[in-house]
Structures are given as C-alpha cells and as structure tokens.
Design a protein around this ligand. Structure first.
Ligand SMILES: *Cc1c(COP(=O)(O)O)cnc(C)c1O
Length: 593
C-alpha cells in the first residue's frame, strides 16, 4: 500500500514539511541542534517508508557558526561557510516575496534524501543571494538564528510565503498537509489564506476561509522555553509585511498586546497540534489552554545513528532492522558478549577521535560519561559538578571516571557560555583525578561518535523544560543506557536498572536541586560505578535492554508512521486522540492520494 506512493508523479498529493533548520549532513551546516536533526531524521524515515513528502527550509550560506574554544573555555565564533553548488542542485524557478514593500527574489536548491528502498524526498533550500536583490536582502538566507528581530522576521517571511509559492512553482499543486515544524514557518498559514481569498483581499476573510486553511495545516511545537516561540512587535510586522497583512493579524487571536506570537499563529490555523512527548503534551496544554494539544513522541533515524560495529551485529542477528526498526525488539536475543564487543569497538573509535582532536589520553578501560547537546542553561551541563569534592571522592573510592562534553552556546547567550567556562575550570581543577574533555564543533559527525562510544549518557535538564530530548535515544540504539532526570522522552523510556537510571524521585515529584544532586551522586556511587566494574554482565544486560525496549520504539520510523496514521491521513479532523482503524486509513489514502 505504502509502496505506491513512490510512483506518484510530481502533480500528485504530497505532505509538505517546513522547518527553519534541517540537519542532513555535517557538510551542510544548516542546523543548530535537536530541532534540525529531528527534521533530518523525520525526512530520512519518511523516505524509508516511501511517503510522498517534500521539505522546505532556508539555505543558510553561513550556517549556524563554527565554534572555537580557547584554553579557558571562551567560545569564539566564526562563519560556517559552505558550498551549496558542490552538494545541491540549483533549480531555475524563482518566486517573489514582498518584504517591506520590496519584491525580493527567491530561488531554490534541491537535495534528495534517499530511503532504504530507494524512494527519494526532495528538500528545497530557499536562497535570496541573487544580484537582483539589494545587499541586505541577499543576506537574508545567510545565518541560521543570526541577526536581529527584523532579520528573523524577514527570514520567516521568506520561509513561509516564499516556501508556499515555490512549492506551487515546482508543480506541487496538491499539498495534502502543510506540516510546520515549530513556529518559525507559521507564515505558511497566512500565505494559504491569501490564496484562499485571492482577489478579495484579507479584509474579506470569512470563517469558512479560515477553516479551509486549518484543514491543511499541522503544527508541532517543540519546547516550553520562551526563546523557542518567536514574538514580533506589531509595528515591525506592519513595516515588513505591510498594512493589509498586519491589519488582518490584529483581528485574530494570535496578536495580543501589539505582539504577534508565531506559535499562536500556527495554533490558530492548524487542525492538529502536537507536542513531542507525553509529558510535553501535558505541559503544552497548560501553556496553550485554548487548544487541543496531542503528543507524538520523537524518535531518531536508526540507521543514521547506529555505529558501524552495532550495524554489523544487527545485520547478522536481525537483518530486518533497517527496513523496519521495530525488529530491534529482538536485540534481546543477541548474546551479551556480542553487545559488549560491539560497544568496546565503538568506544575505542570514539576515544581515538577524542584523543586525536584534543590530545587527551582517555582510557578505554575507564567508565566514560557523555554529555553533548546545545549549551543552554536549562540543560545544566555542570550539574555533575555541584560538589566537585564529592565527585572526586566517589571516583577515588568506588571506581575511576572520565567525562566527554560537547556543545555550542548561541553567540548571544552569555550565561550558557559561562557554563562552558565553568566546565573548563572544573576540568583544570580535577586534572588527572577525573579526566574531562570538552570537544569543539559539536555536529552530526561528532554526535555519531559520542552518542555511541560513551558508557553512560548523562542528561540533567531543569524540569519540565526538556520537551523530548533525542540524544539519549541515539545512545539507546547503541546500547548506551541513560542516566537522566525524569523529563521529556525519559519519562516514557525509563525503567530503573533495565534501560538506565533516573535522577531524582520521579517525574511527578517536586525535587529540589539539592535532592537531584544527592540522587545523582548516590546512584553513581552505589549503583552505576559498581555495576560497571564489578558486574559487567548485569551492565551488559542493561545495555541490551536499552536497545530492545527503547531502540525499537524511540526511532523515527515509528514516529513518522504515527504522523501518517494519526495526522496526515486524518484530513479535516481536529481531535487526533483516537487512532483510526485500518479501514479508515486505507480509504483516506484512496480518497486523498
Ligand atoms: C541529537 C543532536 C542534538 C540534540 O540533542 P538533545 O539531547 O535532544 O538536546 C543536538 N546536536 C546534535 C549535533 C545532535 O546530533
């Protein structure tokens, strides 16, 4: 049934996935962190499943940024220039986007993502660097999350209005669902509303116009953190988008107190809204009490994130795993020795890379803790060092430790840059007693090493701010158990001593920081370090259960199948709680596609 999708010509129905960042490959630095990698994993899994999907993003010629860290952990940022012409195909079509009264020309570059069976999904990278545009407009698609508020608003206009126009220009006339991955692309809804009222103008918008747009739009919200929800002053909106659009927006619920909230715009015009874990659904319902928020828990693309040694093991014992990640359930039958051997190999490869990059001499025999993700305050990368002397005592008395860190701080986020410096200070103070490295330039390639090569994946977010988190899922697929605060996906993935360990008393508890820190040290001392050194079979059992129980579920193929079943194929339904029967899904395919 699903295979037929790949034979559909360009003018047949598609699902259009919009994302400000998409992480495809380290040579294309068009992503910043979890949101972009998730977009890439979604498209990779959609290609595996043969979905008729197309994706739209911006080119970001100067990427996010390249990170250098000096000896004190001061972050220095450089442009991450790359060469689209070496990896992408430039398309001849152009569209116009009206920005502050100027007609800005937009072109697109294309990249195909190929799935397990050869089905491909095109990703269109919008680009304004054309000689016909003025120099400021040419730079609009340069920097991911760079520039000021006006720059960001203009970028979002290019993504939303330019993206909808470009898809039409490319012949994708029948878009079954516009999927907004976070609020950055919410102008998609306004672009569709303009189509809907063509010739009449936005002042004539009726309830049924709005309902028609709502039927085609889907919104995934990714964070309860305020910085993730763009807000623009009404005055700026008026200047950049013009009087007609701004006056219309003022009449809707998405503009309050003279501020347009892009998440509210997406919420107002979507038939289906979801958070990215069960816990995040709950939190999002309290943030957006006027909307029905559902949950589809994130997943990662298994083949992308499984290390070469584990790929060989899975290919041998469960050859179906690439085609259908759910077969990873049967990892439970893989002998423990094989699990240990594959992990040992992944660990040696990771340590060789770390030692090559840093000149450190990390030891493969030592319990290695990993912590790598965007450096943002709420993730509390330095929680492990709340009591450095206690940590040192544990390492001396119970068993040696070493720690691998990586992650970039946003160039304007001074508080998070200070956290990186603090880790450098602690590393210097601990010296050889607990070797600690902080790697520069965390990207897809480095994440593949670190998530698969450490022994324990540490995660210490301030609850309830971790909407999902995905790097622990990459670790699980490689038999690396998580040691994590019960937030985001871990509320669903945690079984104590089976898939890893919790920090704190439970996801509903009101642990103080002191409580969390006590729990962190206590479990290291009494459970994790002794198990690692004295009971290797028990530890290997946890590794294997992490694969079988969590790798088989927290993967992107399962996630995309849920989007298909609960969202894309449920056109017009606004309450996504009940799962459609097989019959409904089939007839929806027949009707819609
Ligand atoms: C997976 C990944 C992330 C996201 O990690 P979280 O645990 O979700 O914060 C960020 N950056 C890179 C390079 C990744 O591969």
């Amino acid at each position: 049934m699903v295979e037929n999708f790949s034979e559909l010509p360009a003018n047949k129905a598609v699902f259009a996935y919009f994302s400000m960042e998409v992480g495809i490959d380290a040579v294309m630095p068009t992503y910043c962190g979890g949101l972009g990698i998730l977009a890439g994993d979604t498209l990779r899994a959609a290609a595996d499943l043969g979905l008729p999907m197309v994706a739209v993003t911006l080119l970001h010629r100067k990427g996010y940024f390249r990170q250098y860290l000096d000896n004190h952990g001061n972050q220095i940022e450089m442009e991450a220039r790359w060469f689209p012409e070496e990896v992408l195909e430039l398309l001849p079509m152009r569209v116009l986007v009206n920005i502050a009264g100027r007609q800005v020309q937009v072109q697109a570059w294309r990249h195909f993502i190929q799935g397990e069976f050869g089905h491909t999904i095109p990703v269109y990278f919008l680009d304004t660097a054309l000689p016909e545009n003025n120099p400021w407009d040419q730079a609009l698609t340069d920097c991911l999350y760079g520039g000021d508020t006006r720059y960001r608003l203009c970028q979002e206009a290019v993504l939303g209005f330019g993206g909808v126009a470009m898809l039409r220009m490319l012949g994708h006339h029948r878009v079954q669902a516009y999927h907004m991955n976070e609020g950055h692309s919410a102008f998609v809804t306004l672009a569709l509303l303009e189509d809907q009222t063509l010739g009449r103008g936005l002042s004539s918008v009726t309830d049924s116009d709005m309902e028609a747009v709502r039927k085609r739009c889907v919104f995934t919200t990714h964070t309860p953190v305020a910085a993730g929800h763009d807000r623009f002053d009404y005055e700026l909106i008026r200047e950049v988008l013009g009087a007609e659009r701004s006056e219309f927006l003022a009449t809707t619920q998405c503009c309050s107190c003279s501020v347009l909230n892009m998440s509210h715009l997406a919420l107002c015009f979507s038939r289906y809204i979801n958070g990215v874990s069960m816990r995040h659904e709950e939190i999002s319902r309290s943030i957006f009490p006027n909307h029905i928020v559902n949950a589809i828990t994130n997943g990662v693309h298994a083949v992308t994130w499984v290390s070469p040694p584990f790929r060989r093991v899975y290919d041998h014992y469960i050859p179906e795993w690439r085609r259908d990640n759910q077969y990873l359930r049967y990892a439970i039958k893989i002998p423990l020795d094989e699990i240990r051997r594959a992990h040992g190999e992944a660990k040696r490869e990771m340590l060789a890379e770390v030692n090559r990059r840093t000149g450190a001499c990390l030891d493969p025999a030592v319990l290695t803790i990993g912590f790598a993700r965007r450096a943002v305050q709420y993730k509390r990368a330095d929680l492990l060092f709340s009591d450095v002397n206690e940590l040192k005592r544990i390492a001396e008395q119970v068993g040696p430790l070493q720690v691998v860190y990586a992650g970039k701080a946003h160039p304007r986020d001074e508080a998070s840059k200070a956290v990186i410096r603090r880790i450098f200070e602690v590393a210097a103070a601990l010296g050889h007693s607990i070797p600690i490295v902080y790697l520069e330039e965390y990207d897809i390639d480095l994440a593949k090493y670190v998530c698969s090569g450490v022994d324990v994946w540490l995660n210490t977010p301030l609850r309830p701010l971790e909407a999902s988190g995905t790097s622990g899922m990459k670790a699980a697929l490689n038999g690396v158990p998580s040691f994590s605060v019960l937030d985001g996906w871990w509320v669903e993935g945690h079984i104590e001593n089976v898939t890893g360990w919790s920090i704190g008393n439970g996801w509903q508890s009101e642990d103080s920081v002191h409580h969390e820190v006590t729990s962190l040290y206590d479990k290291l001392e009494r459970v994790i370090i002794p198990m690692f050194y004295k009971h290797p079979d028990t530890f290997a059992n946890v590794m294997r259960s992490a694969i079988a129980l969590n790798g088989s579920y927290f993967n992107a193929q399962r996630m995309v199948a849920q989007y298909l079943q609960n969202v894309y194929l449920r056109a017009g339904k606004t309450n996504g709680h009940s799962v459609p029967s097989q019959k409904t899904a089939e007839s929806a395919i027949l009707r819609g596609l």
